[in-house]
Ligand binder design. Sequence first.
Ligand code: COA
Ligand code: MG
Length: 296
Amino acid sequence: MRSYLFVPGDSQRKLEKSPSSGADCLLVDLEDSVSLSQKPAARLMTRDFLKDARSAQPSDTPGLVVRVNPLNTGLTDDDLAAIIAAKPDGVLLPKSESGADVQQLSAMIAVHEVEAGIKEGATDIHALVTETARGALNAGTYGDISKRLRTLSWGGEDLSADVGVETNRTGDGHYTDLFRYARTVTLLGAAAAGVEAVDTVYVDFKNADGLERECREAVRDGFSGKMAIHPSQVDIINRIFTPSDAAVELARRIVQLFEDAGDDVGVLSLDGQMIDRPHLKQAQKMLDRAKSAGMA
Ligand code: COA
Ligand code: MG
């Protein structure tokens, strides 16, 4: 999936508008965008939103993921109790500090799935893994821990507070080393765990050029999608994360080349270039991305 739009779980207006945003996935938020006093209302609103979306279920319904509150708040289980029976596609865990947190969440979800009569394992997990210093240092611990895990993504705002930095951007708008590190270990951690890496939000939502630049850098570096905070960001993200026709055609030719050559071949040539197994792997990833972007 290319675009993941955050929608505050206590805003009827934004919830109603969100399905028509064009986002591939909605991240209905029960965490930072909802004040403590609003949490109970947000849970009910989110549950009803999920139920309505499930009963309407037009073919272009976006993915529905709920961001719950972090494990150390004591709020997570109440969040899950309200929403799992309404069948979200997944749960986004913020401030995850290691693979063990995902395992813990998975066990908590399983209880609610059983109670609701839903198939155990039906609910996916997405994790935000660099929001604390400890989390950033443990980004490599997500392999082989849960079949539910789908994506890893990173966050800069909370890490700023945890480490105590003055700013997370340099004068020319690029991330400082701490945040480049967090971004990079997310890419590595996701690849090592065999899941997709999703780039963090771009908060300056009126700056389309800045967002476009950040999307291009994210595609270049191996992210499969990006999170958004405002509907106006969705089209830009979808456009830039949709692979070009030429790239997809090349990937098809590479896969075909290996298919024609049979199992025992390691290296081949295409248009005068050496093509080996890593190119095949890359080509298969490209075709997966094309498929999830709706390009046949
Ligand atoms: N999802 C759905 N609809 C949204 C939206 C969102 N994330 N953000 C804005 N909209 C809607 C608004 O309701 C408004 O529609 P309306 O005029 O018909 O009511 C329209 O899009 C334009 O919004 P705009 O006035 O430009 O933005 P705003 O000033 O109302 O809100 C934010 C700005 C940043 C507060 C808002 O975009 C938002 O809540 N974003 C998500 C925040 C969040 O979830 N953060 C947690 C993760 S970091
Ligand atoms: Mg946060």
